[in-house]
Structures are given as structure tokens and as C-alpha cells.
Design a protein around this ligand. Structure first.
Ligand code: PRP
Length: 181
């Protein structure tokens, strides 16, 4: 049995991402990752590739932080494989107790995300996971939240990155995405 190349594995994952024109607004080609999680072999391999990348960096990870909503699909299975905690970063107003907030600009208006202050401890190593990086605003905001609670961001992971939007230029930490458009 010849092991499958990383390129072939990524190409299979890419084939499970559906482009939906004009969603949610005219002119936006929406990348729908749901077919990935609807195929157990492809979903398993997506998590395996994310884990392999983390292991290759050599970073000791204490926490996987996932971004609402679709980062909640990929974050918990990755945390299980890394045997570490999962911590949600949510849209404002959803988390009880003391929280830290960060607002960031959208094309029109702004969005606010938050984390529970004591969910991550100072100096813990955190990888942040989302389904997709577009402008990078959400991921950059998540980095700011984790810096505010004095965690170390050791990596930013996404299943998909829209390279033409240059989102990674807005993110100060190491960014790794599986599928690039
Ligand atoms: C999408 C996506 C990322 C973010 C990426 O989430 O899942 O979280 O946008 O965009 P950015 O790089 O330009 O910040 P969305 O805001 O649609 O929220 P949802 O997952 O709760 O639907």
C-alpha cells in the first residue's frame, strides 16, 4: 500500500467544497464546506491533515480555540486528537460570565466576537481553527482576544483560504490553510 500524497489528500478535500454563486449576496461566490463533514472519510482526513500540520510545527498545544459557527465543526475533533481543551470564540452576547470582546470591521459595519476570560490561562499555547479565511478579520480578531487573555497563539488554521483577498496579511501569527482558492 503506497501512502497517499498530501497533495492528493488536499485535492480530494477541495473536491468536497462547493462554490455557491451569489450567496449570501449578489457577486459573492460562497464556499460551502458542509459536504466535507457529510463524508466521514473526507472529514476524518481533514482533521488528520490539520493535526499533522500542528505536529510538524513541534508546538505543544494546550487549547484549540474554534470560531463560531463553522470553526465549531473542525475544532472539537482536532482538540480530541491533540488531547487538549476546546474553547469556543462566539459572536457577542452568547457566552455567560466574564468575557473579553473584540470588534472588527466588515465590508459594511462591524462584528464583535468574545471569549470567556478564564477559559484560557495566561501562557497557554493556543491554535485557532476556522473553516475559512477570507479578509482575515475574524481570525485577526480572535488573535487579539487570545493576546488580551495573555495566551500564546502558536498557529491559525483554516480548511479554506481565499488567497486573492490576502487575509493572511492581516494576521500576525503563523497561518496554515489546507485548500487555497
Ligand atoms: C465566515 C467564516 C469565517 C469568516 C471569514 O463566518 O466561517 O468565520 O466568515 O471571514 P473573514 O476572514 O473575512 O473575517 P460568518 O461570518 O459567515 O459566520 P458564521 O460562521 O457564524 O455563519
Amino acid at each position: 500500500n503506497v501512502p497517499e500524497s498530501k497533495g492528493a489528500r488536499v485535492d480530494r478535500i477541495r473536491s468536497f467544497i462547493r462554490t455557491c454563486p451569489d450567496f449570501p449576496k449578489p457577486g459573492i461566490p460562497f464556499k460551502d464546506i458542509m459536504p466535507i463533514v457529510q463524508n466521514p472519510d473526507v472529514f476524518f482526513d481533514t482533521i488528520a491533515l490539520l493535526e499533522e500540520h500542528v505536529k510538524e510545527t513541534g508546538a505543544k498545544v494546550d487549547v484549540v480555540a474554534g470560531l463560531e459557527a463553522r470553526g465549531f465543526l473542525f475544532g472539537p475533533p482536532l482538540a480530541l486528537r491533540l488531547k487538549c481543551a476546546f474553547v469556543p470564540i462566539r459572536k457577542a452576547g452568547k457566552l455567560p460570565g466574564e468575557t473579553v470582546k473584540c470588534s472588527y470591521a466588515l465590508e459594511y459595519g462591524q462584528d464583535t466576537i468574545e471569549i470567556q476570560r478564564t477559559a484560557v490561562h495566561p501562557n497557554q499555547n493556543v491554535v485557532i481553527v476556522d473553516d475559512l479565511i477570507a479578509t482575515g478579520g475574524t481570525m485577526a480578531g480572535a488573535c487579539t482576544l487570545l493576546e488580551t487573555v495573555q495566551a500564546n497563539v502558536v498557529g491559525c488554521l483554516a480548511v479554506v483560504e481565499l488567497d486573492y483577498l490576502k487575509g493572511r496579511e492581516n494576521i500576525k501569527h503563523d497561518v496554515h490553510s489546507l485548500v487555497h482558492f
